[in-house]
Design a protein around this ligand. Structure first.
Ligand code: SF4
Length: 222
């Protein structure tokens, strides 16, 4: 498989935000979200076997960190992601997989916690979510919307209601786009998003990317 980076950090998003976590970032993505903050994972990378990836996770874990997130890029583009997830689960890790939901998520082992990032209109990749994936979501999974504008918010609100996401998954997350440190795209003020959520009384969690507050927003490998 082709890997961009493997590192240990604080989980920045999802209901596991704040927990120590080992991240395995797979190279390559078939989407091009305008606000993508991991474009460095589109190309390059290092070829590694599943065993080598697991060995590096074990090294970073030091027997203490038991949470692993497989991310990208889009991790489901590489077939080795399935044996990797199985192996990590068998070793007793809790495994999160973050995906756009453009590929079928049903092939992942049931115990994997899927964090599905449904693309909103302002991402430039709207309508890429594979609707059959709704049936593959389990109680422990999470659905995330990264929101850049009021238009995105209204899309996410309608999608959540139409598909009863709150009843299907552990958590629906609404996260504001974080401003690009080089000014390539603007951010959405979290306060604005918080006020919209409160005004509508939505059953969703406001998600902030903790790592961008702890470290500089341009820092990789955190
Ligand atoms: S799906 Fe994720 S990695 Fe791919 S372009 Fe969008 S934000 Fe970036």
């Amino acid at each position: 498989m082709v890997i961009t980076e493997i590192f240990k950090s604080i989980q920045g998003e999802s209901t596991r935000a704040g927990l120590p976590c080992i991240f395995v970032r797979l190279t390559g993505c078939n989407l091009r979200c305008v606000w993508c903050d991991t474009a460095y994972a589109f190309h390059g990378g290092t070829k590694m076997t599943v065993e080598q990836v697991v060995a590096r996770v074990e090294e970073l874990s030091e027997g203490k960190v038991r949470l692993v997130e497989i991310t990208g890029g889009e991790p489901l583009l590489q077939d080795e992601v399935f044996p990797l997830a199985e192996k990590l689960l068998a070793m007793g890790y809790s495994v999160l997989v973050e995906t756009s939901g453009e590929r079928a998520i049903g092939r992942l082992p049931r115990e994997v916690i899927k964090i599905v990032d449904v693309k909103c209109p302002d991402s430039g990749e709207a309508d890429t979510f594979r609707i059959e994936n709704l049936d593959a979501l389990a109680d422990g999974d999470e659905v995330k919307f990264v929101i850049a504008s009021r238009r995105d918010y209204e899309f996410a609100r309608a999608f959540t209601a139409r598909h009863d996401l709150d009843g299907r998954v552990r958590q629906v997350l609404f996260s504001p786009v974080f401003e690009d440190p080089e000014g390539k795209w603007p951010g959405l003020n979290p306060r604005e998003l918080a006020e919209w959520i409160l005004a509508d009384g939505l059953p969703v969690r406001l998600g902030l990317q903790l790592h961008k507050f702890i470290w500089d927003a341009a820092t990789k490998g955190v």
